[in-house]
Design a protein around this ligand. Structure first.
Ligand SMILES: [Mn+2]
Length: 299
């Protein structure tokens, strides 16, 4: 028996795709993790909300000409979260994602609190990771927990399961986190204010050039990276965020292989499905830019 059969249950799927697992290029996995949430709870309802959104927005991507409904994609359901043990739950995620990679497929993760990215990195060990997030999540511990939504990136760095991380949209940090990241040579951040003050095309080109020196990239999207009037239903809303078009354009201009992605921190109770629509749409962008589409030459 495979881990996906052991640990996952299936319901209405992302895009309701009927592609069998064996034939799929992308594997959608729900992770309804909601254990260390400290402010707005409800991330456990994120995966189904994003699935529902995926069924109710346009599947044709005008910019790429890709209809994501025609992409070979399958949804294997949700990880069974073990609410008595975060480590056990993270281990289940690592095992299922490892299996997806072993089968030469690309994982698309529907969160769930952002902590799940630690377990995904333990499986993927990306050489390059882009992390769209208002926060750095690099605290040594948070509210007594060494692994939590505010500290899991510290573990990613300390365990060296991601070689280089570029944070984009940063705006809510502690002094400790800034000091820590500046002491690493590998990891860096671009603040939301820097994006706001720059010419969008120049900063998008800068990100594209940075990433293109790596053969592949993993994309982690905490939905709080966007301005909270766009996506208020997140665990920790933070003013001064990015726009949807900016994030979409960054994804469009990544001249390298996207090996997988996650969207996290959607807490739909506060906003019905609107935040989930942004999450689904950004995943559509990842899928359509990954699947055979050649980006236009950047000017
Ligand atoms: Mn965040």
């Amino acid at each position: 028996m495979s881990y996906r059969e052991l640990y996952c249950t299936r319901n209405t799927g992302f895009l309701n795709s009927e592609t069998p697992y064996e034939k799929a290029e992308f594997i959608v996995l729900g992770v309804p993790l909601d254990m260390t949430t400290s402010y707005m709870p409800g991330a456990r309802f994120g995966p189904d909300s994003i699935r529902r959104a995926s069924l109710n927005i346009e599947s044709f991507d005008y910019e790429t000409g890709v209809d994501v409904r025609k992409i070979k994609l399958t949804d294997i359901g949700d990880i069974d979260v073990d609410y008595s043990s975060l480590e056990l739950t993270l281990d289940k995620i690592t095992k299922v994602v490892s299996e997806i990679l072993r089968d030469s497929k690309k994982p698309l993760i529907l969160g769930g609190e952002h902590t799940l990215t630690l377990s995904v990195c333990r499986a993927i060990k990306p050489k390059m990771m882009i992390c769209f997030d208002a926060h750095l999540d690099l605290r040594e511990e948070y509210a007594g927990a060494v692994i939590s939504h505010a500290s899991f990136m510290r573990k990613v760095v300390e365990e060296r399961v991601a070689e280089k991380i570029l944070f984009i949209g940063t705006r809510a940090v502690s002094q400790e986190e800034v000091k820590f990241i500046k002491n690493t040579r590998e990891h860096s951040f671009i603040t939301a204010k820097e994006v706001y003050k720059s010419e969008p095309s120049s900063i998008i080109k800068f990100i594209g050039d940075t990433v293109s020196t790596y053969p592949e990239v993993y994309i982690s999207i905490d939905m709080d990276v966007l301005e909270p009037f766009l996506t208020p239903a997140v665990g920790n809303p933070e003013p001064g965020g990015l726009t949807y078009n900016f994030v979409s354009d960054v994804i469009e201009n990544l001249d390298t292989t996207i090996i997988g992605a996650d969207v996290t921190e959607v807490t739909p109770l506060y906003n019905i499905d609107l935040t989930s629509i942004y999450a689904a749409k950004l995943l559509f962008k990842v899928v359509s830019y990954t699947s055979g589409f050649k980006p236009r030459k950047r000017k």
